[in-house]
Design a protein around this ligand. Sequence first.
Ligand SMILES: *Cc1c(COP(=O)(O)O)cnc(C)c1O
Length: 417
Amino acid sequence: MKRSCRQVGTKENENPLAPLGRGEGEGDFHMKKIYLDHNATTPVQPLVVKEMEKYFTGIFANPSSVHSPGQEAADALMEAREAVQGLIGASKPEEIIFTGSGTEANNLAIKGITSANEKKGRHVITSVVEHHAVLSPCKSLEKSGYRVTYLPVDKYGMVNPDDVRKAVAADTVLVSIMMVNNEIGTINPIPEIGKMLKEKGIFFHTDAVQAAGKMPVNVEALFVDALSISAHKFYGPKGVGALYLRAGTRLKPLIEGGHHEKNRRAGTENVAGIRGLAKALAIAVESMGPETKRLLKLRNMLKNGLSGSIKNIYVMGHPEKVMANTLNVCFEWIEGESIILNLDLKGISVSSGSACTSGSLEPSHVLMSMGVDSALAQGSIRFSFGTDNAEEDVKYVLEVLPEIVSRLRSMSPIAPK
Ligand SMILES: *Cc1c(COP(=O)(O)O)cnc(C)c1O
Protein backbone atom coordinates (compact mmCIF):
# COMPACT_ATOMS: atom_id res chain seq x y z
CA MET A 1 0.00 0.00 0.00
CA LYS A 2 1.44 3.29 -1.10
CA ARG A 3 1.45 6.13 1.31
CA SER A 4 -0.51 8.26 -1.09
CA CYS A 5 -3.31 5.76 -1.21
CA ARG A 6 -5.88 5.37 1.44
CA GLN A 7 -7.45 2.16 2.47
CA VAL A 8 -11.14 1.79 2.01
CA GLY A 9 -12.13 2.11 5.59
CA THR A 10 -14.98 4.54 5.54
CA LYS A 11 -18.31 3.48 6.79
CA GLU A 12 -20.10 3.76 3.48
CA ASN A 13 -23.45 4.29 5.08
CA GLU A 14 -22.45 6.91 7.59
CA ASN A 15 -24.31 9.39 5.43
CA PRO A 16 -27.69 8.03 4.36
CA LEU A 17 -27.40 9.87 1.05
CA ALA A 18 -24.02 8.41 0.17
CA PRO A 19 -24.15 6.25 -2.94
CA LEU A 20 -23.14 2.67 -2.37
CA GLY A 21 -20.04 1.03 -3.72
CA ARG A 22 -17.96 4.14 -4.13
CA GLY A 23 -14.35 4.26 -3.16
CA GLU A 24 -13.67 0.69 -4.11
CA GLY A 25 -10.96 0.76 -6.74
CA GLU A 26 -10.97 -1.99 -9.32
CA GLY A 27 -7.20 -2.22 -9.66
CA ASP A 28 -4.57 -4.03 -7.60
CA PHE A 29 -4.87 -1.67 -4.71
CA HIS A 30 -7.70 0.27 -3.30
CA MET A 31 -7.16 3.93 -3.78
CA LYS A 32 -9.78 5.95 -2.04
CA LYS A 33 -11.38 8.23 -4.57
CA ILE A 34 -12.35 11.60 -3.24
CA TYR A 35 -14.70 13.29 -5.65
CA LEU A 36 -14.88 17.04 -5.12
CA ASP A 37 -16.36 18.06 -8.46
CA HIS A 38 -20.10 17.94 -7.83
CA ASN A 39 -20.72 21.17 -9.72
CA ALA A 40 -19.59 19.35 -12.87
CA THR A 41 -21.85 16.40 -12.21
CA THR A 42 -23.02 14.13 -9.40
CA PRO A 43 -23.31 10.35 -9.05
CA VAL A 44 -26.85 9.06 -9.45
CA GLN A 45 -28.46 8.33 -6.10
CA PRO A 46 -29.18 4.58 -5.67
CA LEU A 47 -32.86 5.27 -4.92
CA VAL A 48 -33.02 7.19 -8.19
CA VAL A 49 -31.49 4.29 -10.12
CA LYS A 50 -34.06 2.00 -8.52
CA GLU A 51 -36.87 4.33 -9.51
CA MET A 52 -35.65 4.60 -13.10
CA GLU A 53 -35.24 0.84 -13.56
CA LYS A 54 -39.00 0.36 -13.59
CA TYR A 55 -39.28 2.41 -16.77
CA PHE A 56 -36.86 0.53 -18.99
CA THR A 57 -38.46 -2.90 -19.31
CA GLY A 58 -41.56 -2.68 -17.12
CA ILE A 59 -43.45 0.51 -17.86
CA PHE A 60 -41.70 1.02 -21.18
CA ALA A 61 -44.55 1.91 -23.52
CA ASN A 62 -44.76 5.19 -25.41
CA PRO A 63 -46.72 7.74 -23.35
CA SER A 64 -48.37 8.91 -26.57
CA SER A 65 -49.86 5.46 -27.24
CA VAL A 66 -53.58 5.01 -26.75
CA HIS A 67 -53.39 1.48 -25.30
CA SER A 68 -53.30 0.89 -21.59
CA PRO A 69 -49.52 0.37 -21.23
CA GLY A 70 -49.13 3.70 -23.04
CA GLN A 71 -51.55 5.34 -20.68
CA GLU A 72 -49.67 3.87 -17.74
CA ALA A 73 -46.49 5.52 -19.04
CA ALA A 74 -48.41 8.77 -19.60
CA ASP A 75 -49.63 8.62 -16.01
CA ALA A 76 -46.08 8.06 -14.77
CA LEU A 77 -44.97 11.05 -16.79
CA MET A 78 -47.75 13.26 -15.44
CA GLU A 79 -46.97 12.18 -11.89
CA ALA A 80 -43.33 13.27 -12.39
CA ARG A 81 -44.44 16.54 -13.94
CA GLU A 82 -46.71 17.25 -10.98
CA ALA A 83 -43.94 16.36 -8.56
CA VAL A 84 -41.53 18.83 -10.18
CA GLN A 85 -44.31 21.42 -10.33
CA GLY A 86 -44.86 21.09 -6.59
CA LEU A 87 -41.16 21.05 -5.74
CA ILE A 88 -40.49 24.39 -7.45
CA GLY A 89 -43.76 26.07 -6.51
CA ALA A 90 -45.25 26.20 -10.02
CA SER A 91 -49.02 26.40 -10.27
CA LYS A 92 -49.71 24.00 -13.16
CA PRO A 93 -48.02 20.80 -14.34
CA GLU A 94 -48.07 22.16 -17.92
CA GLU A 95 -45.61 24.82 -16.80
CA ILE A 96 -42.92 22.13 -16.70
CA ILE A 97 -41.30 21.28 -20.06
CA PHE A 98 -38.90 18.35 -19.91
CA THR A 99 -35.77 18.73 -22.02
CA GLY A 100 -32.61 16.81 -22.83
CA SER A 101 -30.37 18.91 -20.58
CA GLY A 102 -29.94 22.13 -18.65
CA THR A 103 -28.27 23.50 -21.76
CA GLU A 104 -31.37 22.75 -23.82
CA ALA A 105 -33.62 24.34 -21.19
CA ASN A 106 -31.53 27.53 -21.35
CA ASN A 107 -31.56 27.55 -25.15
CA LEU A 108 -35.29 26.95 -25.22
CA ALA A 109 -35.94 29.81 -22.81
CA ILE A 110 -33.64 32.31 -24.52
CA LYS A 111 -34.30 31.52 -28.17
CA GLY A 112 -37.87 30.34 -27.66
CA ILE A 113 -39.14 33.34 -25.68
CA THR A 114 -37.37 35.96 -27.79
CA SER A 115 -38.51 34.59 -31.13
CA ALA A 116 -42.12 34.16 -30.01
CA ASN A 117 -42.18 37.71 -28.67
CA GLU A 118 -40.24 39.60 -31.32
CA LYS A 119 -42.94 42.23 -31.54
CA LYS A 120 -42.13 43.28 -27.97
CA GLY A 121 -38.56 44.11 -28.96
CA ARG A 122 -35.16 42.75 -29.79
CA HIS A 123 -33.10 43.63 -26.72
CA VAL A 124 -31.92 41.03 -24.19
CA ILE A 125 -30.08 41.53 -20.91
CA THR A 126 -27.82 38.92 -19.32
CA SER A 127 -24.60 38.94 -17.31
CA VAL A 128 -20.94 38.34 -18.10
CA VAL A 129 -20.65 35.45 -15.63
CA GLU A 130 -23.33 33.21 -17.13
CA HIS A 131 -22.67 29.61 -18.08
CA HIS A 132 -21.86 29.10 -21.77
CA ALA A 133 -25.29 27.51 -22.10
CA VAL A 134 -26.67 31.05 -21.73
CA LEU A 135 -23.82 33.07 -23.29
CA SER A 136 -23.75 31.06 -26.52
CA PRO A 137 -27.45 31.38 -27.35
CA CYS A 138 -27.17 35.10 -26.54
CA LYS A 139 -24.26 35.41 -28.98
CA SER A 140 -26.40 33.63 -31.52
CA LEU A 141 -29.22 36.14 -30.95
CA GLU A 142 -26.74 38.96 -31.62
CA LYS A 143 -25.92 37.37 -34.98
CA SER A 144 -29.58 37.48 -35.89
CA GLY A 145 -29.86 41.17 -35.13
CA TYR A 146 -30.66 41.33 -31.41
CA ARG A 147 -28.93 43.71 -29.04
CA VAL A 148 -27.61 41.94 -25.96
CA THR A 149 -26.40 43.75 -22.85
CA TYR A 150 -23.89 41.75 -20.81
CA LEU A 151 -24.03 43.21 -17.31
CA PRO A 152 -20.84 43.42 -15.26
CA VAL A 153 -20.52 41.91 -11.79
CA ASP A 154 -18.89 43.08 -8.58
CA LYS A 155 -15.70 41.61 -7.15
CA TYR A 156 -17.71 38.73 -5.71
CA GLY A 157 -19.24 37.86 -9.07
CA MET A 158 -22.65 39.23 -8.16
CA VAL A 159 -25.08 41.11 -10.42
CA ASN A 160 -26.46 44.37 -9.04
CA PRO A 161 -30.27 44.67 -9.49
CA ASP A 162 -29.79 48.39 -10.05
CA ASP A 163 -27.62 47.65 -13.09
CA VAL A 164 -30.42 45.49 -14.49
CA ARG A 165 -32.91 48.30 -13.94
CA LYS A 166 -30.66 50.82 -15.68
CA ALA A 167 -30.07 48.50 -18.64
CA VAL A 168 -33.78 48.05 -19.34
CA ALA A 169 -34.81 49.79 -22.58
CA ALA A 170 -38.14 50.23 -24.34
CA ASP A 171 -37.41 47.20 -26.52
CA THR A 172 -36.13 44.85 -23.77
CA VAL A 173 -37.97 41.56 -24.15
CA LEU A 174 -36.03 39.17 -21.92
CA VAL A 175 -33.59 39.19 -19.01
CA SER A 176 -31.61 36.06 -18.14
CA ILE A 177 -29.52 36.07 -14.95
CA MET A 178 -28.17 32.91 -13.33
CA MET A 179 -29.27 32.04 -9.80
CA VAL A 180 -25.99 30.49 -8.62
CA ASN A 181 -22.67 30.67 -10.41
CA ASN A 182 -21.16 27.25 -11.14
CA GLU A 183 -17.53 28.34 -10.74
CA ILE A 184 -17.60 30.46 -7.60
CA GLY A 185 -20.96 29.64 -6.02
CA THR A 186 -22.09 33.25 -5.66
CA ILE A 187 -25.86 33.57 -5.29
CA ASN A 188 -27.49 36.39 -7.27
CA PRO A 189 -30.34 38.55 -5.87
CA ILE A 190 -32.92 36.92 -8.17
CA PRO A 191 -36.06 37.94 -6.19
CA GLU A 192 -35.09 41.63 -6.28
CA ILE A 193 -34.38 41.52 -10.01
CA GLY A 194 -37.53 39.50 -10.68
CA LYS A 195 -39.82 41.80 -8.77
CA MET A 196 -38.58 44.86 -10.60
CA LEU A 197 -38.92 43.16 -14.01
CA LYS A 198 -42.41 41.93 -13.24
CA GLU A 199 -43.51 45.51 -12.63
CA LYS A 200 -42.07 46.45 -16.01
CA GLY A 201 -43.64 43.45 -17.77
CA ILE A 202 -40.34 42.03 -19.02
CA PHE A 203 -39.82 38.26 -19.23
CA PHE A 204 -37.31 36.96 -16.71
CA HIS A 205 -35.41 33.69 -17.02
CA THR A 206 -32.95 32.26 -14.52
CA ASP A 207 -30.48 29.43 -15.00
CA ALA A 208 -31.08 27.63 -11.69
CA VAL A 209 -29.04 24.56 -12.63
CA GLN A 210 -26.63 25.07 -9.71
CA ALA A 211 -29.41 26.04 -7.31
CA ALA A 212 -32.06 23.36 -7.73
CA GLY A 213 -31.82 20.71 -5.05
CA LYS A 214 -29.21 22.72 -3.15
CA MET A 215 -31.19 25.75 -2.00
CA PRO A 216 -34.88 26.63 -1.96
CA VAL A 217 -36.15 27.29 -5.49
CA ASN A 218 -39.67 28.67 -5.73
CA VAL A 219 -40.76 30.32 -8.95
CA GLU A 220 -43.23 32.61 -7.14
CA ALA A 221 -40.75 33.80 -4.53
CA LEU A 222 -38.19 34.38 -7.29
CA PHE A 223 -40.62 36.26 -9.58
CA VAL A 224 -39.38 34.36 -12.64
CA ASP A 225 -41.19 33.49 -15.87
CA ALA A 226 -38.75 30.78 -16.85
CA LEU A 227 -36.26 28.68 -14.89
CA SER A 228 -33.86 25.92 -15.97
CA ILE A 229 -32.80 22.86 -14.01
CA SER A 230 -30.73 19.77 -14.80
CA ALA A 231 -31.06 16.36 -13.15
CA HIS A 232 -27.38 15.39 -13.15
CA LYS A 233 -26.48 18.31 -10.90
CA PHE A 234 -28.66 16.94 -8.09
CA TYR A 235 -27.93 13.19 -8.14
CA GLY A 236 -30.20 12.41 -11.08
CA PRO A 237 -29.29 11.08 -14.52
CA LYS A 238 -27.41 13.00 -17.20
CA GLY A 239 -29.30 14.08 -20.29
CA VAL A 240 -32.49 15.23 -18.56
CA GLY A 241 -33.44 18.77 -17.73
CA ALA A 242 -36.54 20.84 -17.34
CA LEU A 243 -37.69 24.33 -18.14
CA TYR A 244 -40.32 25.96 -15.98
CA LEU A 245 -42.35 28.31 -18.18
CA ARG A 246 -44.99 30.49 -16.56
CA ALA A 247 -48.45 29.82 -17.98
CA GLY A 248 -49.27 32.32 -20.71
CA THR A 249 -45.64 32.90 -21.75
CA ARG A 250 -45.35 32.50 -25.49
CA LEU A 251 -42.58 30.23 -26.68
CA LYS A 252 -41.38 29.03 -30.08
CA PRO A 253 -40.10 25.44 -29.92
CA LEU A 254 -36.52 24.61 -30.89
CA ILE A 255 -37.34 21.03 -31.81
CA GLU A 256 -40.36 20.42 -33.98
CA GLY A 257 -42.16 17.18 -34.57
CA GLY A 258 -45.04 15.63 -32.69
CA HIS A 259 -47.26 17.18 -30.07
CA HIS A 260 -45.13 16.23 -27.06
CA GLU A 261 -44.73 18.64 -24.16
CA LYS A 262 -47.74 20.63 -25.43
CA ASN A 263 -46.02 21.39 -28.75
CA ARG A 264 -43.05 22.99 -27.05
CA ARG A 265 -40.49 20.17 -27.31
CA ALA A 266 -41.09 17.35 -29.74
CA GLY A 267 -39.71 13.85 -29.27
CA THR A 268 -40.83 10.79 -27.32
CA GLU A 269 -40.38 11.61 -23.66
CA ASN A 270 -37.48 10.09 -21.73
CA VAL A 271 -39.81 8.58 -19.15
CA ALA A 272 -37.12 6.83 -17.11
CA GLY A 273 -34.93 9.92 -17.07
CA ILE A 274 -37.83 12.18 -16.19
CA ARG A 275 -38.89 9.87 -13.34
CA GLY A 276 -35.25 9.98 -12.24
CA LEU A 277 -35.18 13.78 -12.31
CA ALA A 278 -38.36 14.04 -10.25
CA LYS A 279 -37.19 11.45 -7.71
CA ALA A 280 -33.75 13.03 -7.36
CA LEU A 281 -35.23 16.49 -6.87
CA ALA A 282 -37.66 15.18 -4.25
CA ILE A 283 -34.83 13.52 -2.29
CA ALA A 284 -32.62 16.60 -2.55
CA VAL A 285 -35.36 18.96 -1.40
CA GLU A 286 -36.34 16.67 1.45
CA SER A 287 -32.80 16.43 2.81
CA MET A 288 -31.80 19.99 1.98
CA GLY A 289 -31.78 21.55 5.46
CA PRO A 290 -29.35 19.25 7.27
CA GLU A 291 -27.36 18.53 4.10
CA THR A 292 -26.72 22.23 3.48
CA LYS A 293 -25.43 22.60 7.05
CA ARG A 294 -23.20 19.56 6.65
CA LEU A 295 -21.76 20.76 3.32
CA LEU A 296 -21.15 24.25 4.66
CA LYS A 297 -19.21 22.76 7.53
CA LEU A 298 -17.03 20.78 5.12
CA ARG A 299 -16.52 23.83 2.93
CA ASN A 300 -15.50 26.02 5.84
CA MET A 301 -13.27 23.34 7.27
CA LEU A 302 -11.41 23.22 3.95
CA LYS A 303 -11.38 27.02 3.62
CA ASN A 304 -9.97 27.54 7.11
CA GLY A 305 -7.58 24.62 6.81
CA LEU A 306 -6.12 25.92 3.54
CA SER A 307 -5.89 29.48 4.83
CA GLY A 308 -4.00 28.20 7.85
CA SER A 309 -1.55 26.01 5.96
CA ILE A 310 -0.89 27.73 2.61
CA LYS A 311 0.18 31.32 2.12
CA ASN A 312 -0.83 33.59 -0.77
CA ILE A 313 -4.16 32.05 -1.54
CA TYR A 314 -7.40 33.87 -2.26
CA VAL A 315 -10.92 32.62 -1.72
CA MET A 316 -13.17 33.71 -4.60
CA GLY A 317 -16.88 34.37 -4.55
CA HIS A 318 -19.18 36.08 -2.09
CA PRO A 319 -18.25 35.65 1.59
CA GLU A 320 -21.86 34.92 2.67
CA LYS A 321 -24.15 34.71 -0.33
CA VAL A 322 -22.46 31.58 -1.57
CA MET A 323 -23.57 28.02 -2.30
CA ALA A 324 -22.72 25.81 0.66
CA ASN A 325 -20.95 23.18 -1.42
CA THR A 326 -18.67 25.41 -3.51
CA LEU A 327 -15.21 26.69 -2.62
CA ASN A 328 -13.12 28.44 -5.26
CA VAL A 329 -9.54 29.22 -4.29
CA CYS A 330 -6.80 30.90 -6.29
CA PHE A 331 -3.25 29.79 -5.55
CA GLU A 332 -0.75 32.47 -6.45
CA TRP A 333 2.17 31.73 -8.83
CA ILE A 334 1.06 28.29 -9.95
CA GLU A 335 -1.37 26.87 -12.47
CA GLY A 336 -4.65 25.29 -11.54
CA GLU A 337 -4.15 22.59 -14.15
CA SER A 338 -0.95 21.40 -12.43
CA ILE A 339 -2.72 21.26 -9.08
CA ILE A 340 -5.54 19.24 -10.62
CA LEU A 341 -3.14 16.69 -12.09
CA ASN A 342 -1.22 16.36 -8.82
CA LEU A 343 -4.38 15.97 -6.78
CA ASP A 344 -5.62 13.42 -9.30
CA LEU A 345 -2.53 11.30 -8.60
CA LYS A 346 -3.66 11.26 -4.99
CA GLY A 347 -7.17 10.19 -5.95
CA ILE A 348 -8.72 13.61 -5.48
CA SER A 349 -10.93 15.00 -8.27
CA VAL A 350 -11.34 18.76 -8.50
CA SER A 351 -11.85 21.27 -11.30
CA SER A 352 -10.09 24.36 -12.42
CA GLY A 353 -12.02 27.57 -12.50
CA SER A 354 -10.44 28.24 -15.85
CA ALA A 355 -12.03 26.47 -18.75
CA CYS A 356 -9.54 24.76 -20.99
CA THR A 357 -10.56 25.90 -24.46
CA SER A 358 -9.19 23.82 -27.34
CA GLY A 359 -5.90 23.10 -25.64
CA SER A 360 -5.11 26.70 -24.82
CA LEU A 361 -5.32 27.78 -21.22
CA GLU A 362 -7.68 30.70 -21.02
CA PRO A 363 -8.41 32.19 -17.64
CA SER A 364 -11.99 31.83 -16.49
CA HIS A 365 -14.34 34.46 -17.89
CA VAL A 366 -16.01 34.53 -14.48
CA LEU A 367 -12.86 35.37 -12.50
CA MET A 368 -11.71 37.85 -15.15
CA SER A 369 -15.00 39.73 -15.00
CA MET A 370 -14.64 39.93 -11.21
CA GLY A 371 -11.42 41.86 -11.78
CA VAL A 372 -9.11 39.03 -10.76
CA ASP A 373 -5.64 39.38 -12.24
CA SER A 374 -5.28 36.95 -15.16
CA ALA A 375 -2.14 35.30 -13.77
CA LEU A 376 -3.86 34.71 -10.43
CA ALA A 377 -6.99 33.45 -12.20
CA GLN A 378 -4.85 30.72 -13.81
CA GLY A 379 -4.25 29.33 -10.34
CA SER A 380 -7.89 28.75 -9.58
CA ILE A 381 -9.28 25.51 -8.17
CA ARG A 382 -12.94 24.75 -7.59
CA PHE A 383 -13.78 22.31 -4.83
CA SER A 384 -17.43 21.30 -4.95
CA PHE A 385 -18.73 19.02 -2.23
CA GLY A 386 -21.57 16.53 -2.31
CA THR A 387 -23.47 13.90 -0.39
CA ASP A 388 -20.65 11.36 -0.71
CA ASN A 389 -18.08 13.57 1.04
CA ALA A 390 -17.18 13.46 4.71
CA GLU A 391 -14.82 15.33 7.05
CA GLU A 392 -12.05 12.81 6.49
CA ASP A 393 -12.04 13.77 2.80
CA VAL A 394 -11.27 17.36 3.80
CA LYS A 395 -8.57 16.13 6.18
CA TYR A 396 -6.96 14.16 3.39
CA VAL A 397 -6.96 17.17 1.03
CA LEU A 398 -5.41 19.26 3.82
CA GLU A 399 -2.81 16.54 4.28
CA VAL A 400 -1.67 16.43 0.65
CA LEU A 401 -2.37 19.86 -0.86
CA PRO A 402 0.14 22.06 1.03
CA GLU A 403 2.98 19.83 -0.10
CA ILE A 404 1.77 19.89 -3.72
CA VAL A 405 1.50 23.68 -3.68
CA SER A 406 4.95 24.19 -2.20
CA ARG A 407 6.50 21.77 -4.69
CA LEU A 408 4.81 23.49 -7.65
CA ARG A 409 5.83 26.88 -6.33
CA SER A 410 9.42 25.77 -5.95
CA MET A 411 9.37 24.93 -9.67
CA SER A 412 7.49 28.05 -10.70
CA PRO A 413 9.54 30.71 -12.50
CA ILE A 414 7.29 33.48 -11.19
CA ALA A 415 7.13 32.48 -7.52
CA PRO A 416 9.45 34.48 -5.23
CA LYS A 417 12.06 32.18 -3.75
C1 LIG B 1 -24.11 22.28 -15.70
C2 LIG B 1 -24.70 23.61 -15.95
C3 LIG B 1 -25.47 23.85 -17.11
C4 LIG B 1 -25.66 22.83 -18.18
O1 LIG B 1 -26.48 21.75 -17.80
P1 LIG B 1 -26.38 20.40 -18.65
O2 LIG B 1 -27.52 19.58 -18.16
O3 LIG B 1 -25.06 19.79 -18.32
O4 LIG B 1 -26.49 20.76 -20.08
C5 LIG B 1 -26.03 25.10 -17.26
N1 LIG B 1 -25.86 26.06 -16.35
C6 LIG B 1 -25.13 25.87 -15.24
C7 LIG B 1 -25.00 26.97 -14.27
C8 LIG B 1 -24.52 24.64 -15.02
O5 LIG B 1 -23.79 24.46 -13.92
